[in-house]
Write a protein that binds this ligand. Structure first.
Ligand code: SAM
Length: 662
C-alpha cells in the first residue's frame, strides 16, 4: 500500500478551505464550519442541556464517523468545558480512514482562533505515526480514541461483542462526506455497528437528509426526525435509538472466551492494586483518573522497589516490518507512553533520543524493512533511518554503523516516575505491606495483608511473579527473568542519546552511566554478580569498543532485579477467568481448537491482572493499564480487538486447550 492510499489528499482552496481530492467534497461548510458544527452536532444532539444536567463523576461518550480536521472534536471540547461538571469525563471516539498529514491538520486548525487552546493540545498529541488501529489521546478530563481505518471495520475493532461492554456511546456525530460522494461511509453494516456501540436512548445528528441514511438508521432501531439544516441546507436528520429496538446482532461470531460473564463495574468504585512498580502505578493512575478510589499495597519500602527501581530505565520498543500483535502492540504502546510520560511525569522523562544500532547485516536489513514501512506514512516523526555519520553526530561520539533513530525516546528515572504517577488525590499507597491472600465474598474482594484485611470492589494484581503466590492468579504462565544492570562513572566522551543494540547505554546522569542488562531466564535471584558485569561490558563493547575499554578499568556497581515475562512476550492485561470453569466450558477445544462454542464462561468478578511486561515495562505499562481500566469501567478499549485478545489473561489457557493440554 502506498502512502496515497491511506492519507488524506487535501487541496487548499483560495478561500483557505480544505477540500478532499479523493471525494471532491469539503471538510466543513465554507460559510462557517464552526457554526455548522455547533448547530448540527452539538445542538441537535442537545449536548448543552445534557451536559449541564450531567451527574458529577459521570462519563459521556460521543461517537463520530470521520475525524477529519478535528473541528467537531475541538468544538465539543470547548462546549464540554463550558457546561459539564468539573469531575465528569468526556470520551470522544472517532474513526478516520484517511488521516490528515500533520501539516494539513495544522493549517486547518489555524482557521479557528476561538479554539486555539484545544487546537494546540491536539497538535501536541497528534500521533507521530498515523498507523492503522486505535490511538488513545488524553486532554485532562477528555479522552480521544481515534481509530485509523475504514469506519465499519474500525467500529468492529472496538467491540468485544459483549453488549454490556460495547454499548458505551451516548451521542453520535455522523459526518462522513455526502452520501452521494462517499456511499461507503453510509452502509447498513456501518449503521449496525453504530447501533451495537450505542447506549439505550443514544442520540445522533447528521448534516445530511438523504433518504438512504434515514432508512438505514431506522432499520437499525433509531427514531429519525427531519429538521431544518444549517445555512443553505434545507434539512438534516437527528434522532434517538428507540428503547429495546436494537436489532439482535449475531450473538457470537467466535468463541467468546475473552468476555467476562458480568457487566463492567463502572467508574467511581473502590479498587485495590497489588504492587507499586510501573504496572501498579500505571493501573492506579488510570483508575484514579476515572474517578475510582485506589489504594496500592507494596511489600517494598517505596514505589518502584522491584524491577522498576533502577537508576535509569529506557523508553524503547522493537518495531516490526510486518503487522502482527507483537509489532503492533510495541508501536502503539510506544506512542502512547511518549505522550503519557510527557504529560504526567515530564521531569522523570529525558527525551534525548534513542538510536537502535544496525550492527549486523541482519539487523541492517531488518531496519531497512522497518524504515520502508515507516516511509509509507508521510510526515511521520516517530523514527527515521540515519547513516553512520548522522548517527555519530546525534550520539556525540563516533559510531561504526547506521541505525534507526527515535527522536522522542530516551531514558527515564523509574522510581521517581512511579512515585509521580502515584501522586494523585484519589490514590493512597501502603508500603512495607505484603498481600497474603485474596478472598471473594459476594461482590467484595477481601484483601488480607500483614497489616489487616480490607474490602474492595475490584483488585488488580500487578506483582509480577508474585502473582503466582495468589491461587486466583497462579495459573498465569509467568517466567522470572533476572536482569542485572551495570553502573559506572561516566566516560570522558559525552554520549548525548541512548544507544541500543543487544544491550543499551544511557547518557550520563549525575556523573554516572548505566549499561546492560543481562537476561537470565528462570533465575529469580537478585545478588550482584561480577560475571554479569563482565557480560554487560562485553555487550557495551559491541555498542562502542572504546567506551567499553574505558569503563572496564572503572569500579562498576549495579543492581539486579527480576522481571516477569510471558511465553509470547506480550503483557497480560485484563479480567481473570475462573480457571476450572474455563477448562470445563471450552473442553471441546481439545477436540477442535477452532470450534465455535457459543457460551461465556465464568470469571472471577472484579479481579484483574497487569503483568508480564518483561524488559519493556516502561513502554508497555501505560497502554496496558489503560486497557485494564477499560475492562473495569466499560469504556471503549485503547487497542483493537485483536490486541485485546492478544493481551488477555485467558489466552494461554485457551491455547493450551487447543493443544490438547489440560
Ligand atoms: N468531522 C470532521 C471535522 O471535524 O473536520 C470532518 C469530517 S469530513 C466531512 C469526512 C471524513 O470522513 C474525512 O476526514 C474522510 O477522510 C473520512 N472518511 C471518508 N470515508 C471514510 C471511511 N470509509 N471510513 C472512515 N473515514 C472515512
Amino acid at each position: 500500500m502506498n502512502s496515497d492510499d491511506r492519507q488524506a489528499q487535501v487541496e487548499w482552496r483560495q478561500d483557505s478551505q480544505p477540500v478532499s481530492r479523493t471525494f471532491g467534497d469539503v471538510y466543513f461548510s465554507s460559510a462557517s464550519g464552526l457554526a455548522e458544527t455547533r448547530y448540527v452536532f452539538l445542538q441537535q444532539n442537545d449536548l448543552p442541556a445534557r451536559w449541564r444536567s450531567l451527574a458529577g463523576g459521570a462519563t459521556f461518550t460521543i461517537g463520530e464517523t470521520g475525524f477529519g480536521t478535528g473541528l467537531n472534536f475541538l468544538a465539543a471540547c470547548a462546549l464540554w468545558h463550558e457546561t459539564a461538571p468539573a469531575d465528569a469525563r468526556l470520551h470522544f471516539v472517532s474513526v478516520e480512514k484517511y488521516p490528515l498529514h500533520p501539516r494539513d491538520l495544522d493549517r486547518a486548525l489555524d482557521l479557528w482562533p476561538q479554539l486555539q487552546e484545544y487546537a494546540d493540545r491536539l497538535r501536541e498529541q497528534y500521533p507521530p505515526l498515523l498507523a492503522p488501529g486505535v490511538h488513545r489521546l488524553h486532554f485532562d478530563s477528555i479522552s480521544l480514541t481515534l481509530v485509523i481505518g475504514d469506519a465499519s471495520a474500525a467500529f468492529v475493532a472496538l467491540r468485544t461483542e459483549h453488549p454490556a461492554y460495547d454499548a458505551s456511546v451516548d451521542a453520535w456525530f455522523l459526518d462522513g462526506f455526502a452520501p452521494a460522494k462517499n456511499p461507503a461511509m453510509w452502509t447498513p453494516e456501518l449503521f449496525r455497528q453504530i447501533a451495537e456501540l450505542s447506549k439505550p436512548g443514544a442520540s445522533f445528528a447528521t448534516f445530511t437528509s438523504a433518504g438512504s441514511v434515514k432508512r438505514g438508521l431506522q432499520d437499525t432501531g433509531f427514531a429519525v426526525q427531519k429538521v431544518a439544516g444549517f445555512g443553505r441546507k434545507r434539512d438534516m436528520l437527528r434522532g434517538q435509538l428507540k428503547a429495546g429496538e436494537k436489532p439482535p446482532g449475531e450473538p457470537f461470531s467466535n468463541t467468546p472466551w475473552h468476555q467476562p460473564d458480568y457487566p463492567p463495574l463502572g467508574s467511581g468504585i473502590k479498587v485495590a492494586v497489588v504492587g507499586a512498580g510501573i504496572a501498579g502505578a500505571a493501573c492506579a493512575r488510570a483508575l484514579a483518573e476515572r474517578g475510582c478510589r485506589v489504594e496500592v499495597f507494596e511489600c517494598g519500602p517505596q514505589p518502584g522497589h522491584g524491577a522498576s527501581g533502577n537508576e535509569q530505565g529506557i523508553l524503547y520498543a522493537k518495531l516490526s516490518p510486518q503487522p502482527g500483535p507483537n509489532g503492533d502492540f510495541n508501536l502503539h504502546a510506544l506512542m502512547f507512553a511518549q505522550r503519557y510520560y510527557r504529560d504526567r511525569c515530564p521531569t522523570a522523562l529525558h527525551s534525548c533520543g534513542l538510536l537502535q544500532l544496525g550492527r549486523s547485516d541482519r539487523e541492517q536489513i531488518l531496519q531497512r524493512q522497518v524504515a520502508e514501512r515507516l516511509a509509507a506514512y508521510r510526515g511521520q516523526t516517530l523514527a527515521r533511518p540515519v547513516s553512520t555519520l548522522e548517527a555519530s553526530a546525534l550520539a556525540g561520539i563516533e559510531l561504526g554503523c547506521p541505525g534507526l533513530f527515535f527522536p522522542k525516546c530516551g531514558w527515564l528515572q523509574p522510581r521517581i516516575l512511579c512515585g509521580q504517577l502515584l501522586q494523585h488525590d484519589k490514590v493512597r499507597v501502603h508500603c512495607n505491606t505484603s498481600v497474603q491472600s485474596l478472598a471473594q465474598s459476594g461482590d467484595t474482594w477481601n484483601l488480607e495483608t500483614d497489616q489487616g484485611t480490607s474490602g474492595w470492589d475490584a483488585v488488580i494484581v500487578c506483582s509480577a511473579t508474585g502473582l503466582r503466590q495468589l491461587h486466583q492468579t497462579a495459573p498465569l504462565p509467568l517466567q522470572p527473568i533476572r536482569g542485572q544492570v551495570s553502573i559506572a562513572d561516566a566516560a570522558a566522551a559525552e554520549v548525548h542519546i541512548v544507544l541500543c543494540a543487544d544491550g543499551y547505554l544511557t547518557p550520563a546522569y549525575r556523573g554516572r552511566q548505566s549499561f546492560g542488562a543481562t537476561f537470565k531466564l528462570k533465575d529469580s535471584s537478585t545478588d550482584l554478580r561480577q560475571t554479569e558485569h563482565g557480560e554487560n561490558l562485553a555487550v557495551l563493547k559491541g555498542l562502542h569498543p572504546d567506551l567499553a575499554t574505558e569503563l572496564t578499568g572503572r569500579e562498576v556497581t549495579g543492581r539486579a532485579a527480576v522481571r516477569a515475562a510471558t511465553p509470547d512476550y506480550l503483557p497480560i492485561a485484563g479480567p481473570v477467568p475462573d480457571w476450572e470453569a474455563l477448562a470445563e466450558t471450552y473442553a471441546h477445544l481439545r477436540q477442535n481448537r477452532k470450534a465455535l462454542i457459543p457460551t461465556r464462561t465464568h470469571y472471577q468478578r472484579g479481579l484483574f491482572v497487569l503483568a508480564g511486561l518483561g524488559s519493556r515495562g516502561f513502554t508497555y505499562a501505560p497502554l496496558a493499564a489503560e486497557l485494564v481500566a477499560a475492562w473495569i469501567d466499560g469504556g471503549a478499549p485503547p487497542v483493537d480487538s485483536a490486541l485485546v485478545k492478544a493481551l488477555h489473561p485467558a489466552r494461554f489457557a485457551v491455547r493450551a486447550l487447543g493443544r490438547h493440554r489440560s
